[in-house]
Design a binder for this molecule. Structure first.
Ligand SMILES: Nc1ncnc2c1ncn2[C@@H]1O[C@H](COP(=O)(O)OP(=O)(O)OP(=O)(O)O)[C@@H](O)[C@H]1O
Ligand SMILES: [Mg+2]
Length: 238
């Protein structure tokens, strides 16, 4: 579903990503972790086509993103939800309008917009504040609205950048529970997070980054073990 091959990205001549390669299967749940500045946000933004890679290849849903014209990016994004590290909510629209807009752009009918926006806000516990604008909310409340906006279209791919960074442990767990539920329904989920406690608990694939490189990939470790096992079987044969 998502394949990256030797992705390199420079900011002002300095590499933020260096030859990053991995693939994510449809329906997988993947954590991306690593210290501040490792390149996690840059990686997710490239997957969302919000940034361009300088070198390498990316294939998302069968499309090579290097060949995409800017007019086809919105089509790709229709199937994606993104929780930005800094939320990126529209400050002059209410919470409800922020969510409704995500449904409007995919052409949902009015009644459905009303119903689904309300439902998703209830799920993140923000239904009682849906008529406020984001600047009137706390950081954690804004974060929950950003999560709701990313989930409301039931996207094929959910990309979330530190989605629990501003939440107390209970609200953070609630958000990860929502991610797990949507993942069980088939959505591929990629989450960048420092939240080690949750990462350990969820027992999913973990990609670790340092200084723009992938330094560990839980699945590769799994594959290595598989290969070792295969070799052991082969050498055992007469
Ligand atoms: N727009 C930009 N202009 C210049 N440098 C940038 C830009 N965005 C990111 N960088 C640099 O790229 C590197 C990776 O940044 P990135 O935001 O991807 O890290 P991160 O792993 O998400 O960190 P954090 O955990 O703090 O969110 C950093 O050194 C950062 O300074
Ligand atoms: Mg980041």
């Amino acid at each position: 579903m998502i394949q990256l091959y030797r992705i390199t990205k420079y900011y002002e001549g300095i590499p933020a990503l260096r030859e990053v390669s991995f693939s994510v299967e449809k329906g997988e749940f993947v954590f991306v972790t690593g210290p501040s500045g490792a390149g996690k946000s840059t990686l997710l933004k490239i997957l969302f086509c919000a940034e361009h890679a300088d070198e390498g290849q990316i294939i998302i849903q069968g499309m090579n993103t290097f060949r995409l014209t800017s007019s086809s990016i919105p089509y790709l994004r229709r199937n994606m939800g993104f929780v930005f590290q800094d939320y990126k909510l529209l400050p002059h629209k209410t919470v409800f309008e922020n969510i409704a807009l995500a449904l409007k752009v995919v052409g949902a009918p009015y009644g459905e917009i009303q119903r689904r926006a309300y439902q998703v806000l209830k799920k993140v516990g923000m239904d009682s504040k849906m008529h406020l604008t984001p600047p009137k909310l706390s950081g954690g409340e804004q974060q929950r609205v950003a999560v709701a906006r990313a989930l409301v279209n039931e996207p094929l791919v959910l990309l979330a950048d530190e989605p629990t960074g501003n939440l107390d442990p209970q609200s953070g767990q609630d958000v990860f529970r929502l991610f797990r539920d949507i993942n069980m329904k088939g959505t591929t989920v990629i989450v960048a997070t420092h939240d080690w406690e949750t990462v350990r608990k969820m027992q999913r694939r973990i990609i670790t980054m340092e200084r723009g490189r992938v330094t560990d990939d839980g699945r590769q470790v799994g594959k290595r073990i598989e290969k070792q096992e295969q070799r052991a079987v082969i050498t055992k044969q007469p």
